[in-house]
Design a protein around this ligand. Structure first.
Ligand code: ZN
Length: 593
């Protein structure tokens, strides 16, 4: 297979994401009072509602609605005041009532966007040709074409429309029938609609198109539109015993744990605005940081409380017609998301270049084998016979409720990053990383608040970005469990920033302070580590070394700059490693000039 960079020169990858997030920080489930506790003894947190027993009536969890409204506001969505719950029917043991309660054409949050800053090597994934005017056309045609992902349609589709009533959708909007409102005639109508939507592209709303803006250093900013965030409930967890990697194929028996069934879940669907695996990865990371900051979920990709599916199709650069897309599952880490998409793009390119055809299918990413394999083939659109849930009244969110949610939103990661960069004078990349995790951010602010902005604050940032994660990984504990105090990190940063100790010694002191809980000042004094930065004391070593190395001194005077490193080394040796190397450097230059 060709490399991704080669493929993306000829082919445009059109990527959309669907991201499920369990609202794990809530106490109770979506429609009943059962506790959310996935690790508890199986089938202990259940009741007639989440077991789907006849006659049981659901009652929506108001705090879950608060959480989704916050998620919508934090991702620049419009909050829909009037929406309702729908039943999505399917027959499978992980949902005992045989339908999942979800939302219809109107979701609580719609039409949002997040701006991605793509830098460094990641920025190079988007080829030169994918900027400028061509990109604006590409985005317009992808959006108009994307079945199930159009802004225009969901805006006009009336809420409360049952499955089968889709024929009332105007042809211009049919190309965009939402996945939630797929109906009997959807496939044909959608195909027809896509063509007419494209033909009438002048009528397509291009005002908010997500055209990337490129910066001088090769990085770029690209807005990614969010189609919707809707509320639904999670299904039960199934464990297949005896099958390979816990899969159903070859399993001897299947076990069901209904503890997870009914857990509030929000699903975010992006417009197909993403063009590289790196953008997809960054979007997911950014969303995770926002949700962590909102405190609505533990956002663990490992445990599955945040899950991502990727849709990807290819088309020749310059073409306005979308290719057939495949859906990728099991993207359960940022690396899997990036690598799975990258593989799938290259695979599709190979098939297409050999004259083959891409089938609309769901594929499973196998990280260990670095490939995607077919899970199931989709012949036609799923028919879920979606209709409004008669047990749940339509929602009318009041302005007061929405404003109450808005007022509770804490400072979001982007704003925090900008403030750290501005107020503490630290590097943007470090600020971004620190601001993304609320616990780390609070620790940083406490430590950086105790030192001067600029060099000292940057040293605090360096310790938190580099030393701290390495230490926590090795110790196998969280920041809270580590017992580390912001004051210790501030004190260590001061020692490093003033060159009282070297960076190597800083590493040693970090480990010592984590183990003993002592202040770095004390550790440095006890171990006699303090670097000598008194120029008077250092000058004596410099004089001694220059007297002992006249040849090297002459070489430097003759223009050989490199020999300075040797002389600094001799000074360090003479001072038994206690001299400040930067000062030796300066003093030697002065003496030899
Ligand atoms: Zn229950």
């Amino acid at each position: 297979m060709k490399e991704l960079s080669e493929v993306l020169k000829d082919w445009e990858a059109v990527i959309g994401l669907e991201i499920h997030t369990e609202l794990t920080t809530l106490d109770t489930k979506m429609f009943c009072g059962c506790k959310i506790g996935h690790d508890d003894e199986p089938n202990t947190n259940v009741c007639p509602v989440c077991l789907g027993l006849p006659g049981a009536l659901p009652v929506p969890n108001e705090r879950a609605i608060e959480y989704i409204v916050k998620a919508g506001l934090a991702t620049n969505c419009e909050i829909q005041k009037h929406s309702m719950f729908y039943r999505k029917h399917y027959f499978y043991p992980d949902m005992a009532k045989n339908f999942q309660t979800t939302q219809g054409p109107v979701a609580f949050a719609m039409h949002g966007r997040l701006d991605l800053e793509v830098t460094g090597r990641g920025a190079a994934e988007r080829p030169e040709c994918a900027f400028g005017d061509a990109e604006a056309e590409s985005l317009a045609s992808a959006s108009a074409n994307a079945v199930g992902l159009s802004t225009a349609m969901s805006r006009d589709l009336p809420e409360g429309m049952a499955s089968g009533a889709g024929s009332s959708v105007k042809p211009d909007h049919a190309g965009a029938v939402s996945t939630m409102s797929q109906n009997d005639s959807a496939p044909e109508e959608a195909a027809e609609g896509a063509t007419s939507a494209l033909a009438g592209m002048s009528g397509y709303d291009t005002a908010n198109l997500a055209v990337p803006v490129r910066h001088e250093d090769g990085s770029y900013t690209v807005p990614i539109r969010i189609l919707r965030i809707h509320m639904e409930e999670d299904a039960a967890k199934m464990v297949h015993v005896g099958g390979e990697e816990g899969r159903i194929g070859g399993a001897a028996e299947s076990l069901i744990d209904y503890n997870r069934c009914g857990t509030p879940l929000i699903e975010l669907v992006t417009e197909p605005d993403l063009r590289t695996p790196e953008e997809a990865r960054l979007f997911m990371e950014k969303l995770r940081r926002i949700f962590l900051t909102l405190g609505i979920s533990d956002c663990s990709m490992e445990k599955g409380s945040m899950r991502c599916d990727g849709n990807v199709s290819l088309r020749r650069r310059g073409s306005s017609k979308l290719g057939t897309k495949t859906e990728l599952k099991n993207l359960n880490s940022f690396k899997a998301l990036h690598d799975g998409l990258a593989y799938e793009i290259c695979r599709q390119a190979e098939v297409l270049e050999e004259g083959g055809e891409i089938y609309q299918e769901t594929r499973h990413w196998e990280p260990s084998r670095k490939r995607t394999v077919v899970m199931r083939t989709k012949e036609t659109a799923d028919d879920y016979r979606l209709f409004p849930d008669p047990d749940l009244a339509p929602f009318d969110l009041s302005d007061a409720f929405i404003e109450h949610c808005r007022a509770e939103i804490p400072e979001l990661p982007d704003a925090k990053r900008d403030r750290y960069e501005r107020d503490f004078g630290i590097k943007r990349a470090d600020a971004e990383q620190i601001a993304g995790d609320p616990e780390t951010a609070a620790f940083f602010e406490a430590a950086a608040g105790a030192v001067a902005a600029g060099k000292e604050a940057q040293t605090v940032a360096n310790l938190i970005v580099n030393e701290l994660p390495a230490h926590l990984r090795a110790a196998g504990c969280t920041l809270a469990e580590s017992g580390l105090e912001p004051a210790q990190v501030a004190s260590l940063a001061k020692l490093l920033a003033s060159d009282a100790i070297s960076s190597n010694q800083g590493h040693e002191v970090f480990e010592a302070m984590a183990q003993t809980g002592d202040d770095p000042e004390k550790i440095v004094d006890e171990r006699g580590m303090r670097q000598v930065s008194d120029t008077g004391a250092l000058q004596a070593y410099v004089d001694e070394v220059l007297a002992n190395c006249p040849d090297q001194a002459q070489q430097y005077r003759d223009g050989n700059q490199k020999v300075l490193g040797f002389l600094v080394g001799q000074c360090m040796r003479a001072s038994k490693g206690q001299g400040n190397p930067k000062l030796f450097n300066e003093l030697l230059r002065q003496a030899l000039s």
